[in-house]
Design a protein around this ligand. Structure first.
Ligand SMILES: Cc1cc2nc3c(=O)[nH]c(=O)nc-3n(C[C@H](O)[C@H](O)[C@H](O)COP(=O)(O)OP(=O)(O)OC[C@H]3O[C@@H](n4cnc5c(N)ncnc54)[C@H](O)[C@@H]3O)c2cc1C
Length: 80
């Protein structure tokens, strides 16, 4: 991917209210760009991944299973 898509040391520095980190290890170069986020939600299959040290909420699992369940729940809440 071009650096314009990258978050981090060589990419953009962002500070959103919510940052959903899907299958990101949480490298220091990446976290430089997003550690200002108010809430980091991490999905990673490796319970030892560094991203869980930075995240407010985390799910240990395969994103292919977790992400559809998450979006289904959000859609259901929005429909209420
Ligand atoms: C000078 C320099 C500058 C850099 N600048 C940047 C930068 O600006 N931004 C940046 O991002 N990186 C930068 N990097 C690269 C950085 O060091 C890391 O290599 C990179 O951030 C790792 O990206 P990643 O987390 O996507 O991949 P990986 O470190 O490979 O991590 C992948 C993660 O995904 C998890 N995973 C894999 N499959 C699944 C699955 N199916 N479900 C759930 N989890 C899964 C794994 O457990 C793993 O933790 C830079 C490096 C250098 C040397």
């Amino acid at each position: 991917m071009p650096t314009s898509y990258q978050i981090g040391l060589t990419g953009k520095i962002i500070a959103p209210d919510l940052y959903i980190a899907v299958a990101l290890s949480g490298s220091s170069q990446h976290m430089t760009g997003c550690s200002g986020a108010k809430n980091i939600v991490a999905i990673n299959k490796d319970p030892e991944a560094n991203i869980f040290r930075e995240a407010r909420f985390g799910v240990v699992g395969d994103w292919k299973a977790v992400l559809p369940a998450f979006t289904d729940k959000v859609k259901a809440l929005l429909a209420e």
